[in-house]
Design a protein around this ligand. Structure first.
Ligand code: F3S
Length: 279
């Protein structure tokens, strides 16, 4: 039996950077250390960090506190950032540089008088953070049809950005629809390639395998998306959080087994799954 693991499986650049950031802080000796919300969607990693003395702050700004707060790769609004500092925390920013760039664009373009339109999920923490960097009117929508419900005044001078994990084809529909309306639209394709590449590789790999294992947290939306893609190509696709969830009977008779993993899955867990598949 051949086992093929996707090259893009596991942490993306921004998530790895944020996780390394937390481990780095634990070595500094300064205490207490918090992350603003769980650093990644992976219970194993969060538990390991807790054992190293890193606690998770609920995603709201306390009126006072002390210690270090690490901002995760999704980023936060300017208000949260300043609120944490005001409350007395030392803020360490592990926001992914690609997300940071969106914050900068939104801040600058809104200061120039553009209304900000975000193609993304309005309740996702990354989008909530982006909203909070606008200096003027801002809204987030996830479907191209939602554009029809936006007041004309808003669209007269608009800057369009995207959540980093937004679907590229959908984003193009956004652009086409806005251009058709003929307003002054400034477009920034801020979609990150890491997600696109991971999904493309998962699709390709699952089309060539008899059994596909997706490793990731059930609460992680990018893991769920990978599972759907793989399932559509390979019906014998299974989602596992750790090697313990893997039922070796799924592999029975398979000549080729594929493994991929969500952006919040540590390498160690992927390796454990690989090892169990080989037994
Ligand atoms: Fe950053 Fe892209 Fe990952 S925006 S957090 S490298 S998916």
């Amino acid at each position: 039996m051949e086992i093929l693991t996707a090259k893009t499986a596991g942490f993306c650049f921004g998530v790895k950077r944020a996780v390394d950031f937390v481990y780095g802080e634990t070595k500094s000796g300064e205490k207490p250390i918090y992350t603003f919300g769980p650093i990644i969607h992976n219970k194993e990693v969060v538990k390991e960090m807790e054992e190293m003395g890193v606690s998770v702050l609920p995603e709201e700004v306390p009126s006072e506190g002390n210690g270090t707060v690490i901002i995760r790769s999704h980023g936060v609004s300017r208000e949260v950032y300043e609120g944490l500092e005001r409350a007395g925390y030392k803020v360490c920013d592990a926001t992914c540089p690609f997300v940071k760039k969106i914050h900068r664009i939104v801040s600058e373009k809104s200061a120039e008088g553009y209304n900000i339109l975000i193609a993304g999920d309005p309740v996702h923490p990354e989008v909530k953070g982006i909203i909070g960097w606008s200096r003027g009117p801002v809204m987030a929508i996830s479907e191209p049809d939602d554009i029809d419900r936006i007041p004309e005044d808003f669209l007269r001078k608009t800057c369009l950005v995207a959540q980093t994990t937004f679907n590229y084809n959908k984003f193009q529909l956004f652009v086409a629809k806005l251009q058709k309306k003929g307003y002054d639209i400034s477009v920034y394709n801020s979609i990150c390639n890491a997600t696109k590449e991971r999904q493309a590789e998962a699709r390709q790999l699952s089309s060539q395998t008899d059994c596909m294992i997706v490793v990731g947290d059930v609460g992680s939306s990018n893991t769920q998306k990978l599972f759907e893609i793989c399932k559509s190509e390979c019906p014998n696709t299974h989602l596992v959080q750790t090697a313990d969830d893997l039922d070796v009977s799924w592999l029975a008779g398979a000549k080729r087994v594929g493994i991929t993993a969500g952006a919040s899955t540590p390498h160690k867990i992927i390796e454990e799954v690989q090892t169990k598949c080989q037994i």
